[in-house]
Design a protein around this ligand. Structure first.
Ligand code: 6GU
Length: 248
């Protein structure tokens, strides 16, 4: 997958995208990330990319000219490539949205800044708008990094087979079960016996039930769309009698 990122602050992207799994994905040519400085598409000698809003009021607006030119130059002639504006006004990013984006061979990400972008950028070159949650960041750059990380790890081969993405929290519709490694006891806290006994079916059942328990306590909203067996639904009914969710 090739992801082109248009930003006024390309140097912000250094750390997160050049370490660990994303670094390996690029070395293996499974992922190609290209950063583009929107300022290179400005046309005046000061390389201006923002201007005051028509109608007055505070803040600055990203100018349409440089941004439309930048998108068209980077995207090329293929109008089927998604051009995604990162903005708090977009649809909310979820694991399901990440799975959809991971099906594409190219993405163009546009990082909004200031009070926003001139509306005509949306009307000409933007095909999708995404927000990473209901809070306001100073710009779309951090959101773009979150999106790239979540999408890149879904590309086949990016995670090793032993780390397959299909058992993730959210991919399963449940939060993950508790994890343990050695030692078997620390500060008086013991690893649950079932994990030490080598009965794989019992381990799987325990993990599934603990995932349901944790989801009930922390994110009961997720259980509305989780797929539970009849036995698991009984377990959940039991839980609901014993404890209340921590939230809501
Ligand atoms: Cl995509 N941009 C900004 N500026 N703030 C956000 C966001 C995006 N998603 C959540 N908050």
């Amino acid at each position: 997958m090739q992801i082109d990122i248009l930003t006024l602050f390309p140097s912000m992207f250094g750390g997160p995208l050049t370490e660990s799994i994303l670094k390996r994905a690029q070395e293996k040519r499974l992922l190609s990330l290209r950063l583009h400085d929107i300022r290179n598409y400005a046309t005046d000698k000061h390389r201006t990319t923002d201007d005051t809003p028509y109608g007055g009021g505070g803040g600055m607006v990203m100018m349409p000219g440089p941004l439309i030119d930048a998108v068209e130059a980077v995207r090329g002639p293929d109008r089927a490539v998604p051009v995604i504006l990162l903005t708090p006004q977009g649809r909310v990013f979820t694991q399901r949205v990440a799975q959809g984006l991971a099906q594409h061979s190219r993405l163009v990400l546009v990082c909004g800044r200031y009070e926003g972008v001139d509306e005509r950028v949306r009307q000409t070159v933007i095909t999708d708008e995404i927000s990473i949650g209901d809070y306001v960041l100073t710009g779309g750059e951090l959101a773009a990094m979150v999106l790239v990380d979540a999408v890149a790890r879904l590309i086949p081969g990016v995670l090793g087979a032993r780390w397959a993405a299909d058992e993730d929290s959210h991919a399963m519709g449940l939060l993950e079960y508790p994890h343990y490694t050695r030692p078997p006891e620390i500060r008086g806290l013991r690893v649950p016996d079932v994990l030490l006994e080598g009965d794989h079916a019992a381990v799987e059942r325990w993990r599934r039930w603990e995932a349901i328990r944790r989801t009930w306590r922390r994110r009961p909203d997720l259980l509305l769309s989780a797929e539970l067996s009849a036995a698991e639904q009984w377990f959940l009914a039991d839980l609901a009698e014993q404890d209340a969710p921590m939230l809501l």
